[in-house]
Design a protein around this ligand. Structure first.
Ligand code: DOR
Ligand code: ZN
Length: 346
């Protein structure tokens, strides 16, 4: 049995860093393990233009702990008013890595998102032509659709027609949660579609939300699904298929905002994301594919170099992480409900 494992430095292909003192509090947990991260644009107000992205990028760089060389990869928040020329210029100039599609009302700070995909086809068409990836929150928002079916319905109603209309568009299906999502990605063989998967969707199923009572710290969107879906996600990532890579979707909300009458969606997992994923791969006897998932498949899809730096995992239990304090209030770290046998060597 191996007791240490050295891998190229991982990247996080889907991360919420927020802004201000929350940014300052959570960023060090990402920079401790990850070399780069795709930073989500759902601030209040959202990151809508190349100029917004450039200033947010600077605030992140300014918040980096001393001595770290973490690179934030910025995204724009797609709205029905987005200017295609601004998107293409921001991508050409290296300010943004992709554009995020939030169906309006799908999740936290998505009110300014897209109500009807028909109203953004001109922007998506310009992105397809310029090779700008579209990062998709893949859930329909029709309240008549059951919350557990919203991803599968999105594939049928939005994604399949979109890919038919714009086959050149590069698409990252973010935080995949279903067997239907895995099957869809596996069926896309042109190299233009990939998916991120979170540590929590690999580790918990929907029972975690209701174990002995209601558990707001397991509430995120897309919501965790049945065990058969979790198994499909684990099989996808541990198979070594290059279309799947790690996006933690680490999404901090202070505990009082989650433990409320109407608690926020989001799980903060930056401190133990790598330990969680290592546990999943070890349990599946697939440690040989861990580097692909956390360090290689992502940069390869985005056309970026794999990190030349390394990270070392050691077989030493990662104890439960205490809450991070922000403005004197606790921010709970994801509890995977199992012990974690690997730690990242500091
Ligand atoms: O659970 C989630 N939290 N899902 C999202 O899509 C957004 C995120 C957040 O920003 O808190
Ligand atoms: Zn997210």
């Amino acid at each position: 049995m191996r007791d240490t494992l050295t891998l190229p430095r991982p990247d996080d292909w889907h991360l919420h860093l927020r802004d201000g003192d929350m940014l300052a509090a959570v960023l060090p947990y990402t920079t401790a393990h990850f070399g780069r991260a795709v930073v989500m644009p759902n601030l209040k107000p959202p990151v809508r233009t190349g100029s917004d992205a450039a200033s947010y990028r600077q605030r992140i760089l300014d918040a980096r702990p001393e001595g770290t060389d973490f690179t934030p990869l910025m995204t724009l928040y797609l709205t029905e008013q987005t200017d295609p020329a601004d998107v293409v210029a921001a991508h050409r100039d290296g300010i943004i890595t992709g554009v995020k599609l939030y169906p309006a009302g799908a999740t936290t700070n998505s009110d300014a998102g897209v109500k009807d995909i028909a109203n953004v086809m001109h922007t998506l068409s310009a992105m397809a032509e310029a090779g700008v990836p579209l990062l998709v929150h893949g859930e329909v928002t029709d309240p008549a659709v059951d919350i557990f079916d919203r991803e599968a319905t999105f594939i049928e109603q939005v994604l399949i027609p979109l890919r038919t209309a714009l086959p050149e568009l590069r698409v990252v299906f973010e935080h995949l949660t279903t067997a239907e999502g895995v099957a869809y990605v596996l069926g896309c063989r042109d190299g233009r579609v990939a998916a991120t998967i979170t540590p929590h969707h690999l580790m918990i199923n929907r029972n975690a939300l209701f174990r002995g009572g209601i558990r707001p710290h397991y509430y995120c969107l897309p919501i965790a699904k049945r065990e058969r879906h979790r198994r499909a996600l684990v099989d996808a990532v541990t198979s070594g298929d290059v279309r799947f890579f790690l996006g933690t979707d680490s999404a901090p909300h202070l505990d009082p905002a989650k433990e409320s009458d109407c608690g926020c969606a989001g799980i903060f997992n930056a401190p133990n994301a790598i330990a969680c994923v290592a546990e999943v791969f070890e349990q599946a006897d697939a440690m040989e594919h861990l580097a692909g998932f956390i360090s290689i498949n992502g940069p390869t899809f985005y056309g970026l170099p794999v990190s030349r730096k390394t990270i070392t995992l050691v077989r030493r239990p990662s104890p439960p992480h205490p809450p991070v304090m922000v403005r004197g209030l606790p921010l709970r770290v994801f509890d995977p409900e199992v012990s974690l046998s690997w730690s990242v060597q500091p």
